[in-house]
Design a protein around this ligand. Structure first.
Ligand code: NAD
Ligand code: ZN
Length: 352
């Protein structure tokens, strides 16, 4: 079978032909992959940055956002049948630690990640624990179903912050920031401003019909955000750029008492004037990781069923999986929204 793998401990990804997967083990299912999204994490592994080179053991088949059909079921699995279309939560939580046992499996201390710590879904077949499966309603197309995971990151951030009737600023218009904008809109934010320096991405943000899309490098952009928020500044900031200077700039303009949901991962330690900018202004900082299992998945399913048009605006490319290198080159330039790889076409299938 065709797979996309990290075989060398250097920048790049390579096509690798592998034997089909054996019968799945206890509690596991085998899935024929239809489509898979390229995530920022896959891009980190492709770039071989400090995080990925410390974490990923080569050779490793990568990819963790996907949809496919069940083709084999291991011992001890009930409730699923051959042919069902499923996606899966990529964080395999232990189920036994104090976080898992208190409904907080997204911060499980023993998490293993599909496509990072074990073979992933950039392959014609993947094996995953049945406990992580998500059955996909027929009305959700494959390209949407493949990306429950990043839409779930955005959903987790938006629902944790609480945006209804609030003036919201989104810092960063990458795929997750764009999905967050679409979700904040669906959740009834009063106004939504999005900051994004990359013109291709700003154009996608404009297509979502937000109240304001600005380039943070342009001098008038702060005044535009303040005018939109009737002078008081944003009440909710969704930080999805991972850029430390952008976080500091947002703290300077946010309203007192603002909630910051932080999902972007900075490259290193960040310096903040915590006393003046956070403590004395009653600002709340929330770290957001992964998706709540499985509350976020229910929320994403509902969003996808109700807002297929918004999903299609953020997905800018569906490429044959064998052309994955083109997808990563587009990400190098930031000339894309979300990219989905089509694995169905390898065996002559078509995405639904
Ligand atoms: P991305 O890198 O494609 O998007 C980040 C965007 O921020 C880019 O479009 C970039 O142009 C923009 N940006 C850069 N400087 C900016 C500035 N000063 N102001 C505003 N925007 C600026 O990434 P993504 O896939 O959308 O993911 C967003 C972030 O979330 C990344 O940092 C990623 O590592 C992180 N992430 C976190 C989790 C989690 O569970 N916490 C999960 C997935 C991704
Ligand atoms: Zn756990």
């Amino acid at each position: 079978m065709f797979t996309i793998a990290k075989t060398e401990a250097t920048r790049g990804l390579w096509p690798v032909s592998k034997a089909p997967l054996a019968e799945p083990g206890q509690g596991m299912v085998r899935i024929d992959v239809l489509a898979a999204g390229i995530c920022g994490t896959d891009y980190h592994i492709y770039s071989w940055d400090a995080w990925s080179s410390a974490r990923v053991k080569t050779p490793m088949t990568i990819g963790h956002e996907f949809v496919g059909r069940i083709t084999a079921i291991g011992e001890g699995v009930s409730g699923f049948s051959i042919g069902e279309r499923v996606s899966a939560e990529c964080h395999i939580a232990c189920g036994a630690c104090r976080f898992c046992r208190t409904g907080n499996a997204h911060i499980c201390e023993n998490t293993r990640i599909i496509g990072v710590d074990r073979p992933g879904a950039f392959a014609e077949q993947v094996e995953v624990p049945a406990s992580n499966l998500w059955r996909v309603p027929a009305a959700i197309p494959d390209a949407h179903a493949a990306i429950f995971d990043p839409v779930g990151n955005a959903m987790h951030m938006v629902t944790s912050a609480g945006v209804t009737a609030k003036d919201v600023l989104i810092v960063g218009g990458g795929p997750i920031g764009l999905f967050a904008a679409a979700i904040a809109k669906a959740h009834g934010a009063r106004t939504i401003a999005l900051q994004e320096p990359n013109p291709a991405r700003a154009a996608i943000a404009r297509s979502l019909d937000l109240d304001l899309v600005v380039n943070p490098r342009e001098p008038g952009s702060v005044a535009e955000i303040l005018a939109l928020t009737r002078g008081h500044g944003p009440e909710v900031v969704l930080e999805v750029s991972g850029n430390a200077a952008a976080l500091n700039a947002a703290l300077d303009i946010a309203a007192p008492g603002a909630t910051f949901a932080l999902l972007g991962i900075p490259a290193g330690a960040v310096t903040l004037d915590l006393g003046a900018k956070v403590v004395m202004r009653g600002v709340r900082l929330l770290g957001i990781t992964g998706r709540r299992m499985y509350e976020t998945w229910y929320q994403v399913e509902a969003f996808m069923l109700k807002n297929p048009g918004l999903m299609d605006k953020v997905i800018t490319h569906i490429l044959p999986a064998t052309e994955f290198a083109r997808g990563f080159a587009l990400m190098d330039e930031g000339a894309c929204g979300k990219i989905v790889l089509d694995f169905a076409n390898i065996s002559g299938g078509r995405l639904q």
